[in-house]
Each structure stands twice: as structure tokens, then as C-alpha cells.
Ligand binder design. Structure first.
Ligand SMILES: O=C(O)CCC(=O)C(=O)O
Ligand SMILES: [Fe+2]
Length: 326
């Protein structure tokens, strides 16, 4: 079976998941093992890779991004209707439409979509079909998250099903269609500042504008738009569990002049009550000192959220995973 599991598109490693969607064609086990090895390599280097044959039809991805662009092109007062009345949600970031506050260095607006089965979402009435496309993407991205989680489990040499059991609650994930404003000057290009995601893994679908970049030993490398492909980045939870063997990718979005950029980011998360610390397989069992103290995932999320809602006055007050580093 032809597999591009360890190839590269010139910049990013490409992981071809086709062997996980096929049964009984050639030596599937060997093909899956090669994919797993490609994911392991990508995780040990930067934690950032491109995924193909991931289970989301190209047509669905294109449709979701087009409908998202049509939604964000609506007048501000229409978009503002797509959220609950002030005070009716205690969530720090309620479902629906929001724009980054003026003081934020991040320059984008977004729609926050939780698991549709929770009935928490506020959907735009327009454009027609947007809700359907989001719900279809949500279901497929959840399936992709579960598959990548199983592959990570294998890469990390954990007992079968360990991560699936550790992270069995799908009510903490979310999907965010995003729109970045065009850059207004050569200096003002920040769409999202350099950061690492706090979660397990994030998937990004993007239009053809570009701007997402990963930081590697060779500098900032663009995740060029390639139709039908999904960018995956590993988050802090995996970095901590693996005691720094697997990397939480540092990435950012740079705004381009003259064009809005649209993306859909899906955050595959963890229940807030879960305890996160280096696993013995990466620490005590192999004679390595743990590089992080343990923490409750929800506590870390709260600290990160505070950064967003109460902007830290000094850069050194920003909480990231180094907060728990030993
Ligand atoms: O929109 C993108 O391409 C990436 C978004 C991102 O990094 C984030 O929301 O954490
Ligand atoms: Fe991110």
C-alpha cells in the first residue's frame, strides 16, 4: 500500500491516516505501524504535523469554511445576536459569537461551539446550512481526536486503551470557527501571539490565505494551506504526561494584508477534574526525574483563562505550562 506516512510536504511532516480507514488491504498492521512511527517522530520533534486521509471529506471542509466566511461577513449587529443574554451563563467563555477584547494582542473574532449533544450552543440563523456543517465537522473531528489519541497511546508505549480511559469524557472539547482581520500595517500583524495549546491535541482547518506558523529549531515555519488537509498540534497535556519527550508545539497566526483569514480549530480536551503529571513510564520507571509537578487540569485552564479575561500587566505574568515546571 502506498503510504506517505513519513514524507514531508517540504515544510511539515505529513501523516497519512489511510491505513486506519481500511481493513484487509495488504499488510494493514505494518502500514499502521509506519503511521504510528511518523506521529511519534513528529511529536518528538515539534508536535506539529499535517494530516491527510483523516476522515473529513474535502467537500465538507470547504463548505464549513465558506459558510463560516459568510457568517463573519454579516454586519456586527447580526453577529452580536449569536450569544446568550448577558449574565445567563456562568462559563468564562460562553457559547456563541465573540470578538477578542480591544486590549488583547490577538486580533480575531470567533464562534464557540461545544459538543452539540450538550444543547449549550447558540447557532447563527444565517447562513443556511452553517449549523449542519458545524455539527458534521464536530462529529468527524471528535472521531479524529479519538483516533489520534489511540495512536499517541501506541507511540507512548502505554497499555492499550490507557489514554481512552483517562480521557473518556467528550464534554470538554470545543470547535471554534475563527476570522482574522487583515493586517493594517507591516508592524501590526499579530492574529494570535506565539503560544502552546493547553490541551491534548488541536486540529486546524484553514482557508487559502495562510498565516499559521510553527516555531521549530529552524525558525518560524508556515503551515501553508493545502486543500483537504488538516493541521494537528500536540498540546501541553501530552508534553507533561510524556515528561517532555513529546512536544507541545509553539505556534502563532500572522495576519496578511488585504484579506480576512478563516479557520476552524477543534480542541480535543480533558475533563477539568483530571490529574495531570508525568507518567511513571517517562519518569520513575526509566530513572528520569519528573519535569513537572502534578496539577488538576481545570486549575491550569482557569489560570490560562484569567490571562485572557484579565490581561496580565507584565509578559512574565502570562501562565503557561512552565508554571508547573520543576
Ligand atoms: O486559527 C488557527 O490557525 C490557529 C488557532 C490557534 O492556534 C488557537 O486558537 O489556539
Ligand atoms: Fe493554538
Amino acid at each position: 500500500m502506498a503510504t506517505r506516512s513519513s514524507s514531508s510536504d517540504g515544510a511539515l511532516p505529513v501523516v497519512d491516516l489511510a491505513p486506519f480507514f481500511l481493513a484487509g488491504v495488504g499488510d494493514v498492521d505494518a502500514a499502521r505501524a509506519r503511521v504510528t512511527e511518523a506521529v511519534r517522530e513528529a511529536c518528538m520533534s515539534t508536535g506539529f504535523f499535517r494530516v491527510v486521509n483523516h476522515g473529513l471529506p474535502t467537500e465538507l471542509m470547504a463548505r464549513a469554511l465558506e459558510l463560516s466566511a459568510a457568517f463573519f461577513a454579516l454586519p456586527d449587529e447580526e453577529k452580536a445576536k449569536v450569544r446568550l443574554a448577558e449574565g445567563s451563563s456562568s462559563a468564562p467563555l460562553p457559547a456563541g459569537y465573540a470578538r477578542q477584547p480591544a486590549h488583547s494582542a490577538d486580533k480575531n473574532e470567533y464562534l464557540l461551539v461545544f459538543n452539540p449533544e450538550l444543547w449549550l450552543n447558540v447557532y447563527p440563523a444565517e447562513p443556511a446550512g452553517f449549523r449542519n456543517a458545524l455539527e458534521e465537522c464536530y462529529a468527524k473531528l471528535t472521531a479524529l481526536g479519538l483516533l489520534i489519541q489511540d495512536i499517541l497511546n501506541e507511540c507512548m508505549g502505554l497499555p492499550p486503551g490507557f489514554l481512552a480511559e483517562y480521557n473518556a469524557d467528550r464534554n470538554f472539547d470545543f470547535l471554534t470557527p475563527l476570522r482574522y482581520f487583515p493586517a493594517t500595517s507591516a508592524e501590526e500583524t499579530n492574529g494570535i501571539c506565539a503560544h502552546e495549546d493547553g490541551n491534548l491535541v488541536t486540529f486546524v482547518l484553514q482557508d487559502d490565505v495562510g498565516g499559521l506558523e510553527v516555531h521549530r529549531s529552524d525558525g518560524w515555519v508556515p503551515a501553508e494551506p493545502v486543500e483537504g488537509t488538516i493541521i494537528a498540534n500536540i498540546g501541553d497535556i501530552v508534553q507533561v504526561l510524556s515528561n517532555n519527550k513529546f512536544k507541545s508545539a509553539t505556534h502563532r497566526v500572522v495576519r496578511k494584508p488585504g484579506a480576512h483569514r478563516h479557520s476552524l480549530a477543534f480542541f480535543f480536551n480533558l475533563h477539568g477534574d483530571r490529574w495531570v503529571e508525568p507518567l511513571p513510564q517517562f519518569a520513575g520507571n526509566v530513572g528520569e526525574a519528573p519535569r513537572y509537578r502534578g496539577f488538576k487540569y481545570g486549575d491550569y485552564m482557569q489560570l490560562r483563562m484569567r490571562n485572557k479575561t484579565h490581561p496580565p500587566s507584565r509578559p512574565e505574568d502570562v501562565v503557561d505550562i512552565t508554571h508547573y515546571a520543576i
